[in-house]
Design a protein around this ligand. Structure first.
Ligand code: PHE
Length: 473
């Protein structure tokens, strides 16, 4: 008897599941921070243009590969041509690496959710709280286990009954919550000790008005690189996830239209996250703080201070961490699903059993990452310019900065030059649907996306900065 293949029930379920993977920590903490750091509106415009060209190309390529071949990444590349087998393996490694640390960060979010739910908001805003927590032995592991347990349970329930069902419920709620908090922060104002009053509108201007002050060509390129890197990460491409999800899409679904909606959802959430975070930080902490703090520092150190000063801050913090937890959970689910699908297809084993196995292995990896803050503690500087990085950051760097641009680059070369863009275009047009941006797609996948990806890779290994400094001084 032929086994029933997993699928999404229809286009809405597919769009929600793919958007759920794309919307994650990248949208909620990385995007606002980059926008504030990179001259507000200028970054937003660049990001939007890149989303409609570069991001759209990568997303279309992967979803089309998945749906056309109905195979998971570990096998799909080898089906295109035997010599691309190594790409399947490379693509498989990325989610395996990411699964080890994403659930650790997920655990941190659950910890903050619990702290704020217990009215211990003051504690969370106190100095050194975050570092003390991540450096402790037991608590980060317990919260990671909880986060991993929930993600694995959703994957265990199956593609339609688990992932799709959960995403369909959670994503609309997430959108409403983020909109609500963004509107609320815009209505606030605060007078600091020196008598300066800052309002939500001041924060809004920092966020959306392009700041051309001191803008040079090399600074412009730097912002472009930041926008490109962010987009690449945000759409969950180059790690097999979108190939896996593409394989679950039925043939009668309008792929082109769905891709537009996934992109729209991802970009909208990123934009709203900025609208929620940037004005809040500007009002209570000043614009400089927004430009200095990065990544984890923003979410776990600066925002708790903001919540402490904000009227109704504890309640807003609970809502905020619920929504971040949802976003992170659905992304983690897509990571686990990609590993599970690849292994169970490759070895023809039942997905439920494989889910348990994958969850166990990822958990062991995640424990090691947790211990990177105490037992295996070290700090290194990375070639991309990041300093004092720990185990979690190093694994993130290897996956996101080194391997992912290579995967995306080779994928573009395979589609653009080996099997030719028509291969993908036919898939998007299947069933008589229109592919409006097919000319753009062809030029992007053959020429422009590869150039962007090479630049990203050179940036990751530090060569880009060397060249830029040599040329522009
Ligand atoms: N796209 C997600 C985000 O923007 C990140 C992610 C990474 C998702 C890895 C899945 C896997 O946060």
């Amino acid at each position: 008897m032929e086994k029933k293949k997993s699928t999404f029930s229809g286009s809405f379920g597919f769009i929600m599941a793919a958007a759920a993977s794309a919307v994650g920590l990248g949208n909620l903490w990385r995007f606002p921070n980059l926008a504030a750091k990179n001259g507000g509106g200028l970054f937003l415009i660049m990001y939007l243009i890149l989303a409609l060209t570069f991001g759209f190309t990568l997303l279309t390529t992967e979803l089309a590969i998945g749906r056309k071949l109905k195979q998971h990444p570990l096998r799909a590349y080898g089906t295109i041509g035997k010599k691309w087998n190594f790409m399947g393996v490379l693509t498989f490694i990325v989610p395996v690496l990411i699964s080890t640390y994403y659930s650790v960060v997920g655990g941190w979010i659950l910890k903050y959710l619990v702290v704020y739910s217990n009215e211990s908001a003051l504690e969370a805003a106190s100095k050194g709280y975050f570092t003390d927590f991540t450096h402790s032995y037991v608590s980060p592991i317990c919260f990671m286990l909880l986060f991993m347990g929930i993600s694995a349970f959703i994957v265990y329930c199956g593609v339609e009954k688990g992932i799709e069902k959960f995403s369909k419920v959670v994503m609309p709620i997430l959108l409403v919550m983020i909109l609500g908090i963004a509107v609320f922060t815009l209505t606030l104002s605060y007078t600091d000790a020196s008598g300066d009053t800052r309002t939500g509108l001041d924060g809004l201007w920092v966020y959306i008005i392009p700041n051309f002050e001191g803008l040079t060509f090399s600074r412009f390129l730097e912002i472009l690189m930041d926008a490109m890197g962010q987009l690449f990460y945000s759409l969950s491409v180059a790690m097999g996830i979108m190939i896996t999800y593409g394989a679950y899409v039925k043939d009668d679904v309008n792929l082109g239209k769905s891709i537009n909606r996934i992109e729209l959802f991802d970009t909208l959430v990123a934009f709203l996250a900025g609208l929620m975070v940037v004005p809040a930080v500007v009002i209570f902490q000043g614009a400089d703080v927004m430009q200095e703090s990065a990544g984890a520092g923003l979410m776990f150190v600066q925002l708790p201070k903001v919540f402490q000063q904000m009227p109704g801050g504890t309640f807003i913090a609970v809502l905020f961490f619920i929504l971040v937890a949802f976003a992170a959970l659905t992304s983690n689910v897509s990571i686990l699903e990609t590993i599970v699908a690849s292994i169970s297809e490759k070895f023809d084993k039942p997905r439920k059993k494989i889910t348990l196995f994958v969850a166990l292995v990822s958990t062991i990896g995640a424990v090691v990452i947790c211990l990177g803050y105490n037992v295996f503690f070290f700090e290194v500087d990375l070639p991309n310019g990041a300093t004092d990085q720990q185990l979690l950051d190093v694994v993130d760097y290897i996956a996101n900065n080194l391997i992912m641009p290579i995967i995306a680059l080779i994928t573009c070369i395979i589609i653009g030059w080996v099997v030719k863009p028509k291969w993908v275009i036919e898939e998007v047009e299947k069933g008589g649907h229109k592919f409006r941006r097919k000319g753009l797609y062809t030029v992007m996948v053959k020429f422009i996306a590869p150039i962007f990806l090479i630049l990203l890779f050179l940036k990751a290994i530090g060569v880009y900065d060397l060249i830029a400094n040599a040329i522009m001084g």
